[in-house]
Design a binder for this molecule. Sequence first.
Ligand code: ARE
Ligand code: CA
Length: 504
Amino acid sequence: FSDPHFKDNRSVIVHLMEWTYAEVAKECELFLGPYGFGGVQLSPVTEVAVQKFRPWSERYVPVTYEINGRSGDEKAFADMVDTCNEVGVRIYVDVVLNHMTGSHMKGKGTAGHTYNGKEFKYDGVPYTHLDFHQHPACPTPGDNLDIRSDKYDDPIEARNCQLGGLRDLDQGKEWVRQKQVEFLNKLIAHGVAGFRSDASKHMWPQDLQNITARLTNLITKYFPSGARPMIYHEYISGEKIKATEYTPLGRVIEFKNFDNLARVFRKLGDKRLSYLRNYGAGPQGWGMLPSDDSLVMVDSHDLQRGHTGDITVTLTYFDARLLKMATAFMLAWPYSIPRVMSSYYWPRNVQKVDNQYKDLNDWMGPPHDSQDRIVGVQRMPDLSCDPKVWICEHRWRQIYNMVNFRNTAGFEPVSNWWENKYHSIAFSRGNKAFIAINNDDHPIDQQLNTGLPAGTYCDVISGNIVGGKCEGRQVVVGTGGMAHIVVDNKWEDPMIAIHINAKL
Ligand code: ARE
Ligand code: CA
């Protein structure tokens, strides 16, 4: 459950939050396929409760397992999966198995099915009160999970009580397992390559084990025979509940990655770029999960709104320069499977409330028309998107060119590490690629070994090669791989990245 089944040498996933299936399909053909992206993570696909003002979070309150919501219906979904697979881009679905809607919610779902949270009634599945955890399985009054962090770490409360007041399904019940297996197998039959499993920490590993063991293999139209879906579990920190309970069931999202990189690039608490020399797994490194057991990101849909982590620390498109730098490091460094966030615009409004910083507009859903339909993506001639609508971080040159950098570097190890003991580093990936990052307050000017064959290279951070000409800076590599590397801290992006596919 940990092989992403990327095509060719692809290596990066992009989360296209709230995009419609029609737009995802278009994006696979126009951009993700040609620019070497490995896969797309979608927002949850099932029928969900229609909520007032249509917040993004309504995608996390399922009403049935029908594929029918704001991003489109099952037909549009199926067409998208085909289109993307045909251009070598995989699809991963964010699946919400832990719960249904809030206990006080009642009404209609996006596909028209009625539900009643109070009565545990989800007729379209169907689920009844017999399918949910209640007292005494959950020992708290009101059956809710206490939001104090020590309770998030209590195995019984975290798994049997209602996360955010959401009706908590009992995956120990055969009926629930059967419905969830059917749902996941339906997605597999359409040709998806895997799943992000939402709130895995809130489900018992043995129940998830039972469900995943019953999944069919990926379809042979697109995948080798016997291929299993990749499953990456959302597990955010814990002492009593451990990530290693989930690594036998696939990968676990390594939440330390965003925090580590945000603090390093923001220079918080004496964190320095030079300390990244041994970045990665194990006691020798930064104590993160093994590369093959994890998936990493700098930013996510929760992080950018403060639904996880510290909103004043997290790097998002609101801090574009640092986001690009941290992302460039993540993509250049041979650790784990990176996922890049692709956001929509909303007027984030961070204020201090009760001694904590909060985004007062954290609920705002995707750009939509007067009938609440999600709008299309405005693709600009320079490849970026209209930033008042969709941000499309994945279409920023500094990011998509680093995706290509990672694909080009392949499995080459880090070599020629250089640092200045503070915030400037450089390294190569074997003899395939080289990067230098300057996060200091002064320029760096060094003779460095790039590991690359002699020649003139185009810096892919500052420009593209268009018609054989480099639009950005050039780097001349001499015999023995040595080059004069200058990175000015005042540049728009204080980095240089070159690789063998950007040789002039
Ligand atoms: C909202 C309200 C609820 C209300 C519900 C229904 O908050 O009170 O009952 O709406 O109206 C998203 C939003 C939620 C939203 C929910 C449903 O973020 O605000 O609820 O959708 O609409 C914990 C969990 C982790 C979870 C994070 C947010 O462990 O699983 O909190 N992340 C996933 C998704 C979210 C999603 C859900 C789960 C629910 O990525 O987008 O919620 O499906 C420590 C702990 C962690 C804890 C973390 C953050 O680190 O160790 O366990 O994460 O703090 O609090
Ligand atoms: Ca649960």
